[in-house]
Design a protein around this ligand. Structure first.
Ligand SMILES: Nc1ncnc2c1ncn2[C@@H]1O[C@H](COP(=O)(O)OP(=O)(O)O)[C@@H](O)[C@H]1O
Ligand SMILES: [Mg+2]
Length: 234
């Protein structure tokens, strides 16, 4: 099977002169659909920088980023948001939900945003269609009964599930998750990791997760270990 996401010899340098930091140093890797890649490593080893480059949020200083066979380095800043919306769903440690929107509304908002980026489908969607799809995604992550709850009335694990439902909006082939279990207790964290595994297998997503959780190691298909921006073990 072909790689949905590939990075080749990617380096990221922050700052200049004395303040220069090589955050990611000559990293090469690839991931297929239905694969779960785990990135581990101590704090400051370059995990978030690497994930941001993989998700086309950050430009590498050198090296190639190839999404679905297309080299994205050459694309302009104007073109990158479309690539992000079509190919990636993001999940962060801090959930990043809109407090004034219910669980379903949080998902609906992203569906509407992504809809405008996808030329292939859904231009005829009405409010009802967005609502139906949002509820479907909320159900996928096991939160049917919480659809109309606001973030303030949900547990950490529930909020992270909403974040996953939102990442699934628009059916992107790649899910990137940066320490998604860091703010959760160990049992809830494990449930969230299992959910990620399900997404990768049942919904054929390529999943890249940054985590310190040893339980994530058991679930992942591939593990890379970063130190000072380099892959020291894989
Ligand atoms: N925006 C930035 N500007 C300057 N240095 C940064 C920036 N972001 C991260 N760094 C540095 O790059 C290195 C890697 O950071 P990061 O990717 O956040 O690592 P991790 O996620 O593994 O903790 C660290 O030394 C960090 O201080
Ligand atoms: Mg980080």
């Amino acid at each position: 099977m072909t790689l949905i996401l590939e990075i080749k010899n990617v380096t990221k340098v922050y700052g200049k002169g004395e303040n220069k930091v090589v955050a990611v140093d000559s990293v090469t890797l690839g991931i297929k659909r239905q694969e779960m890649l785990l990135i581990m490593g101590p704090s400051g080893s370059g995990k978030t920088t690497l994930l941001s480059i993989m998700g086309c949020i950050l430009h590498p200083t050198s090296g190639d980023v190839i999404v679905d066979g297309e080299r994205v380095n050459d694309l302009s800043e104007d073109e990158l948001p479309d690539i992000r919306k079509r190919y990636f769903g993001f999940v962060f440690q801090s959930f990043n939900l809109f407090q004034s929107l219910s669980a379903a509304e949080n998902v609906e908002l992203v569906l509407r945003l992504k809809n405008s980026a996808n030329p292939r489908q859904r231009h005829s969607w009405t409010g009802k269609d967005f609502r139906r799809e949002a509820l479907q995604l909320i159900e996928t992550v096991g939160l049917k009964k919480r659809a109309d709850f606001y973030p303030a009335d949900m547990s950490g694990g529930e909020k992270q599930r909403v974040a996953f439902a939102r990442a699934l909006a628009g059916d992107p082939p790649i899910i990137l998750a940066d320490e998604p279990t860091a703010n959760l207790d160990s049992k809830t964290g494990q449930e969230v990791l299992r959910l990620l595994m399900t997404l990768s297998e049942e919904y054929q997503k390529a999943v890249v997760i940054v985590s310190h959780d040893p339980k994530a190691e058991a679930l992942a298909h591939k593990v890379i270990f970063l130190e000072d921006g380099r892959i020291v073990r894989s």
